[in-house]
Design a protein around this ligand. Structure first.
Ligand SMILES: Nc1ncnc2c1ncn2[C@@H]1O[C@H](COP(=O)(O)OP(=O)(O)OP(=O)(O)O)[C@@H](O)[C@H]1O
Length: 311
């Protein structure tokens, strides 16, 4: 039995029409499924938690398929109980789709559904945990990347802009990332701070633009910030951009589309199991593109091969 958690609002409302089309195939081929449509932010987490709870009526192993963007996949990941026999699947229907890009899965929902239904193999994937203090200690899982600074600033602005809908309607969802990305280069701030790798190696940083921690290679709709990231190696790949002018940041972002930024001045990359980051001024933070507000202290760590993923 497949359990689909569908974000009808993904890609500015196209999620629903994508699902309606895919549903026809399931019915035609008499594939047993249940589907749940999300109604608000956080709902996919609640649904995934209910489905994998020991109190759920069906306690047999389940395949939960997230249908939406990376944000929906993140919400499902944050809801599932990893002590239950759950397998995760994914049908990309967002604007960025960095998870599918990194996993080399089809970004076409129909082809992805085809792959999913034919699939007999599972991979055990790593996931990250981002921790920070809000009113109380907060922990959020991520399966693509988490970042502090410029990249999170872009995510926050993407979430609030009305232009995303317009771009998605014109089938140019990817361009909105570029548009907001350029705008935020001008407006976003930088600050000094430090990075502590695996509790032992401290690196002082001036004028931090952003620090992203990766399970997957890509973020932001195709920026290959961590070309060496491997979702099954037990390591987070960090991309640190600091001490660069706005013009240089622009050039680095362009170079990162091909993963060529890594050998440029102002960019450092590391692989670690965990990292702590401190900034003098609060910078915005994200986990898989979902905003975790402004923070001065965060930590990230990698949990190795704990997600059973159908691919
Ligand atoms: N019914 C709903 N109405 C409004 N927002 C929703 C609903 N269900 C989920 N959401 C929220 O929509 C947000 C964006 O979803 P998602 O990431 O899946 O799509 P996207 O933004 O189009 O894709 P991408 O992250 O690849 O750009 C998430 O923060 C999620 O919590």
């Amino acid at each position: 039995m497949y359990y689909f958690i569908v974000n009808p609002n993904a890609r500015s409302g196209r999620g629903l029409s994508i699902w309606n089309k895919l549903k026809e195939r399931l019915e035609k081929e008499k594939i047993p499924y249940e589907a749940y449509l999300t109604e608000h932010t956080g709902h996919a987490t609640e649904l995934a938690a209910e489905l994998t709870s020991p109190r759920h009526q069906d306690s047999s192993p389940k395949t939960i398929v997230a249908l939406g963007g990376d944000g929906t996949l993140n919400e499902v990941l944050n809801g599932i109980s990893l002590s239950s026999p759950v397998t995760l699947g994914y049908i990309p229907s967002g604007s960025g789709n960095d998870f599918s890009r990194g996993m080399r899965l089809s970004r076409n929902p129909e082809k992805a559904m085809d792959q999913l239904l034919k699939s007999e193999n599972c991979r055990y994937l790593d996931y990250g945990i981002l921790s920070y203090m809000s009113d109380h200690p907060a922990h959020r899982r991520f399966i693509v990347s988490s970042g502090i600074g410029y990249d999170a600033d872009v995510c926050q602005n993407l979430f609030t802009t009305k232009l995303k809908k317009t771009f998605n309607q014109l089938h140019m969802g990817k361009l909105i990332y570029l548009f907001i990305g350029i705008k935020r280069i001008v407006l976003c701030k930088s600050t000094n701070g430090y990075l502590l790798l695996d509790g032992v190696k401290k690196i002082n940083l001036k004028k931090i633009r952003f620090i992203s921690s990766h399970i997957q290679k890509f973020e932001g709709g195709g920026f290959r910030f961590a070309p060496k990231a491997d979702p099954c190696d037990g390591y987070l790949d960090l991309c640190v951009v600091s001490g660069v002018s706005r013009l240089r940041l622009t050039l680095l972002l362009l170079a990162s589309l091909a993963g060529r930024h890594v050998c440029c001045n102002g960019v450092r990359t590391y692989a670690c199991r965990e990292a702590a980051i401190h900034t003098e001024e609060p910078l915005l933070v994200h986990a898989d593109g979902e905003s975790c507000y402004g923070q001065t202290d965060i930590s990230v760590r990698c949990v190795e091969k704990k997600i059973r993923f159908l691919c």
